[in-house]
Design a protein around this ligand. Structure first.
Ligand code: ZN
Length: 183
């Protein structure tokens, strides 16, 4: 019975995570990679979700974000990436170990839940979010791989900032970058 219960609970968790990903407008390939569900099961989940929920759902079919530079391209992008990365680290979604193999070992149901929690908190904190959930998945993956982006510490206040791995400048958060104003 124990084995049956464990398996049953795991399947429940798998569907729970997939539904949470659907609500956050994740792409089918992302749901498949993180939950291990087949495309057919995901399609059925989409259908049952739409039947239960009156809210319109955006289903993304195109390419996932794939350029790390987008997290650093504006002050707002840097500020929101730093917040999201901080939440991923605080909640434990970002693994301690970094490396190229991380994109393979990263997806798990437990980490998926932590990532959802980090992204939902980010959305609640910023109001109008610049970054989508697909951006969050991409940011987490890129930070875990550590080839293009890394977590750095602001030289002014030690807050976590997302930095270009090969940048030589001193990292600074958005607050410490602002010009000093007269008292
Ligand atoms: Zn700072």
């Amino acid at each position: 019975m124990r084995i049956y219960d464990d398996r049953y609970n795991r399947e429940r968790l798998r569907f729970h995570v997939a539904l949470r990903f659907i609500r956050l407008e994740a792409r089918t390939q992302t749901i498949r990679r993180w939950t291990g569900l087949t495309d057919d099961r995901i399609r059925k989940l989409y259908r049952s979700y739409l039947a239960d929920d009156a809210r319109p759902l955006v289903r993304h079919r195109g390419k996932s974000p794939h350029r790390a530079a987008l997290f650093l391209r504006s002050a707002r992008a840097r500020r929101e990436s730093a917040l999201l990365a901080s939440l991923c680290r605080l909640l434990g979604a970002l693994p301690e170990q970094r490396g190229p193999q991380c994109s393979l070992t990263l997806p798990s149901l437990r980490r998926a839940e932590l990532l959802c929690q980090a992204y939902e908190t980010y959305r609640a904190l910023v109001g109008e979010a610049l970054l989508t959930f697909e951006h969050a998945v991409f940011l987490l993956t890129t930070l875990a791989q550590g080839a293009e982006l890394a977590c750095g510490r602001c030289h002014g206040c030690h807050a976590l900032v997302v930095i270009d791995r090969w940048s030589l400048g001193e990292p600074r958060c958005s607050v410490c970058t602002q010009p000093a104003t007269d008292p």
